[in-house]
Design a protein around this ligand. Structure first.
Ligand code: FAD
Length: 470
């Protein structure tokens, strides 16, 4: 049966995965319908994720840089913070991008249907729009419904002082004392913002290091820096309860190591950032026969196909890493595969970046993984204390690490910590994809003096060409 609208390709969810898929499918000549429950396109990333957080992190960096130039003899007054203006600016950045997407959808004649979509069969989605229910029938579907902030049961979620990342990005005020539950990327990025604006920050993390997915040596410079700035960092510690009181939220902790847990504390605000869970439970997948696993992910093959061959899934809803650039890459592929191209997901590395200060970035093999898999690798580390540019920026705590195959000398992985590490990591991803070896990197002329040279120097160290760093 035909729906109110019929599409060659219907895309459910308009985040970076969904809009990329929709636009690519339209460019390849398909009639595309894009279903999104929220009034703006762009999903979590544009509206309440990557973009607003980076706008605020930019401001945080300006503030802390200004504080620190006192060491070089340049002092500034305390920043005057106009929160309304700051929020408006952040919203204007988001608005420019989401409006841009609406324009791009129009140009490509992608039909956007606003409302919550649910499968009613393997060829039909029903959308609850403002004007009533609309049905969309389709030849192919791409599920790109994304993820939401995970919750720990039993906490007082109706208290606005307990926030998730979306609440924290609203920046309603600057709390005096704030606890971040979860020392992962999202928690630490928001900690960076609120710390710069003047909050006293504590972080509590269950594992034995911050950002547990990254190698410990990359985390150390960040940990050292924020330990000086923040009130406390509790590792191997669990929050067991949050009680709402008039004067704040009272937190109880439990230790998962030999170190005793901190005493109960009262905070003005709590940010719960303990990961994201896929939105697979709420789209009527069962009506289409699409399998959703116990964690809410939709299992897919290398061509992003679910167990139902004409229904694809991409982005956060198919699994880790939950990152925008992975979602958009998969979106493009799914559209091309539907259009008959011979393509499959074959990326050798998906870079990860924590936009903290300093930034941490890594890609490909990590040392932790190499150890677990018993892989033989070599590593070359260039400390930024020997980089002219890092010294000239008064930020020499960073380092660049390359992991390489012992025999072929090819790049297996890379990790960096330092200012702009997130920008620098891209070169190593290209190196890995192109099968570059240490000599290739060493023969590539890098501009001087830049932080990008640290990659070149690390390659030279690997080749035994630099032995006398200090
Ligand atoms: P989403 O962006 O989650 O989009 C899914 C869309 O589907 C949503 O718009 C949702 O409303 C819609 N939807 C869901 N169900 C339905 C339904 N039934 N009907 C209609 N519409 C529906 N990643 C990075 O790579 N870099 C970063 O710097 C970064 N920063 C982040 C900061 C924060 C605070 C957060 C929370 C996340 C961040 N991420 C970052 C992660 C990134 O936002 C996600 O990986 C990315 O948005 C995933 O894209 P997606 O297309 O899979 O899904």
């Amino acid at each position: 049966p035909r729906g109110d609208i019929h599409a060659d390709v219907v895309v459910l969810g308009a985040g970076p995965g969904g809009y990329t898929a929709a636009f690519r499918a339209a460019d390849l000549g398909k009639k595309v319908v894009l279903i999104e429950r929220y009034p703006t396109l762009g999903g979590v990333c544009l509206n309440v994720g990557c973009i607003p957080s980076k706008a605020l992190l930019h401001i945080a960096k300006v503030i802390t840089d200004a504080e620190e130039t006192a060491r070089q003899g340049i002092g500034f007054a305390k920043p005057g913070i106009e929160l309304d203006k700051l929020r408006d600016w952040k919203e204007s950045v988001v608005g420019k991008l989401t409006k841009g997407l609406t324009g791009l959808a129009k140009q490509r004649k992608v039909t956007v249907v606003q409302g919550k979509g649910k499968f009613t069969s393997a060829n039909m989605i029903q959308v609850e729009t403002k004007g009533g229910v609309k049905t969309v029938s389709f030849e192919h579907c791409i599920i790109a419904a994304g993820s939401s902030a995970a919750r720990i049961p039993g906490f007082p979620y109706d208290d606005p002082r307990l926030m998730d990342s979306t609440g924290a990005l609203k920046l309603e005020d600057i709390p005096k004392r704030m606890l971040i539950i979860g020392g992962g990327i999202i928690g630490l990025e928001m900690a960076t913002v609120y710390d710069a604006l003047g909050s006293r920050i504590s972080v509590v993390e269950l594992m034995d290091q911050l950002i547990p997915g990254a190698d410990a040596d990359l985390i150390r410079p960040l940990h050292k820096r924020i330990q000086k700035r923040y009130e406390a960092i509790y590792l191997k510690t669990k929050v067991t309860g949050i009680e709402a009181h008039e004067n704040g939220l009272r937190i109880t902790f439990e230790s998962v190591s030999d170190t005793p847990a901190p005493e109960p504390q009262v905070y003005d605000r709590i940010l719960l950032a303990v990961g994201r869970r896929p939105n697979g439970g709420d789209i009527g997948a069962g009506n289409a026969g699409v399998i959703v696993n116990g964690r809410g992910f939709i299992p897919v093959d290398k061509q992003l196909r679910s167990n139902v061959p004409h229904i694809y899934a991409i982005g956060d809803i198919v699994g880790e890493p939950m990152l925008a650039h992975k979602a958009s890459h998969e979106g493009k592929l799914a559209a091309e595969i539907i259009a008959g191209h011979k393509a499959a997901f074959d990326a050798r590395a998906i870079p990860s970046v924590a936009y903290t200060d300093p930034e941490i970035a890594w890609m490909g093999l990590t040392e932790t993984e190499a150890g677990k898999q018993g892989l033989e690798y070599e590593k070359a580390v260039f400390p930024w204390a020997a980089s002219g540019r890092a010294l000239a920026m008064a930020r020499d705590e960073g380092m660049t690490k390359l992991l390489l195959d012992k025999k072929t000398r090819r790049v297996l992985g890379a990790g960096m910590v330092g200012v702009n590490a997130g920008e620098l990591i891209a070169e190593t991803v290209l190196g890995l994809e192109m099968g570059a070896d240490m000599e290739d990197i060493g023969l590539t002329i890098h501009p001087h003096p830049t932080l990008s040279e640290t990659i070149f120097f690390a390659a030279e160290i690997a080749e035994g060409l630099i032995t006398d760093l200090y």
